[in-house]
Write a protein that binds this ligand. Sequence first.
Ligand SMILES: Cc1cc2nc3c(=O)[nH]c(=O)nc-3n(C[C@H](O)[C@H](O)[C@H](O)COP(=O)(O)OP(=O)(O)OC[C@H]3O[C@@H](n4cnc5c(N)ncnc54)[C@H](O)[C@@H]3O)c2cc1C
Length: 438
Amino acid sequence: MKNILIVGGGYVGMYTALGLRRLVRRGEATVTVIDPRGYMTYQPFLAEAAGGAIEPRHVAAPLERVLKHARVLTGRVTRVDHFTRSVEFQPAQGPARVVGYDILVMAAGSVSRPMPIPGLAEHAVAFKTLGEAVHLRNHVLEQIALAASTDDPAVREEALTFVVVGGGFAGVEALAELQAMADDAVRRHPELKPRWLLVEATGRILPELDGTLGEWTVEALTRRGVDVHLNTTLTSAQDGLVALADGTRLQAGTLVWAAGVKPNPLAQASDLPLDHAGRIKATEYLTVEGVPDAFTAGDGAAVPDLTKEPGQFTAPNAQHAVRQAKHLAKNLAAYVRGRGLKPYRHAYLGSVAGLGHHQGVAQVYGIKLTGFLGWLAHRAYHLGWVPTFSHKAKVLGNWTLAMLFRREAVHLTGIEHAGDDFRAALETAAPAPAGRPR
Ligand SMILES: Cc1cc2nc3c(=O)[nH]c(=O)nc-3n(C[C@H](O)[C@H](O)[C@H](O)COP(=O)(O)OP(=O)(O)OC[C@H]3O[C@@H](n4cnc5c(N)ncnc54)[C@H](O)[C@@H]3O)c2cc1C
């Protein structure tokens, strides 16, 4: 009986555990999954969750429910000592403890890539987690409510200035969906003119797609009033004053940082081999290079891309993560039974991106689609990959309702400050007369 430990319950972790349910016989192995959130996030729909087109809970698959055959521990792995086959596990509260295993699967993915830019930590919100998506939805709507209520033109201008840094999928989709939501929210206030800026360090956006689709997207966003700044970078965000290398300066109430990801720093707290970028070195069999009983895949792993020149690695995207997870589960089952492993090989199929307002771009099997057809392709492709039937049905239900009714432009900022009103009430409450309980 082998104890398999999966660190991370995202794409790779969850789909590997699901694969093992079918492939490993009872009595052959136990599976434990550790994840700090306890749910798998369907990240390609984060933008739609931020824009209010999808209910945030419908893009999160609870691991306890999906992985009934596995033990799920909610908390963070803080150290991996593969030599002793153990990890340090830190639950949300209480002391850390050691969890042992026989076989390790490292699937802790990536984290937002920060940069040493003044003011970034204080003023920017990253775009990688469901919490950030929900926060941004509330924040953008709150800024619009502020702009509609103030008499001060400077406060209004700042509230209505939204800057997104990063022209990859995350940045472009976040900007497009949030702008679509903001357009809905200002419909009753023609005097409010939100200003949206997209900042990209290179000369093009959506680099995963053909250049013509990136150009089409720049034109489509520009037609919608978005200021697209290419070939420039954010140099400062001190005191909310956004400064770009091209000389642009503006006071922004919202700054979204979506300028790429880096491997999860947990890899540094392990005794596994890493490459120059901090990714765990993987073989084409999805095992860790030169290390027995250890597997890895996804954003945090340097997996050789057998469809390209030697020395190239698979891109950090969901397309690879899902397929690598399924392959990893098969190899892991073979490993448990002492059989041979098969190399992972997957040629890139293309990508899709949703831009809100029924627009999108897609490049699948060499076919390029833009506008409404691109948007349909984006939704159809991603709906197919949403985990669990019930989540697919709920997402479809969200979209159907969105066609019939306007989206809810309500900012639930009270959620993030729950308890403030009660504490204020306690502070102002008169002391109870002596001898009488309150
Ligand atoms: C906004 C956004 C949009 C995207 N859109 C697309 C798209 O359209 N198409 C596409 O192909 N790809 C897209 N991607 C990329 C895709 O989501 C990732 O490539 C994929 O999630 C990688 O899978 P993974 O399992 O390696 O990492 P993840 O899915 O991120 O899973 C990592 C898991 O590890 C857990 N974890 C982190 N730290 C620890 C720790 N210390 N201990 C234990 N567990 C830990 C995390 O909670 C998480 O659940 C998008 C990503 C983002 C952020």
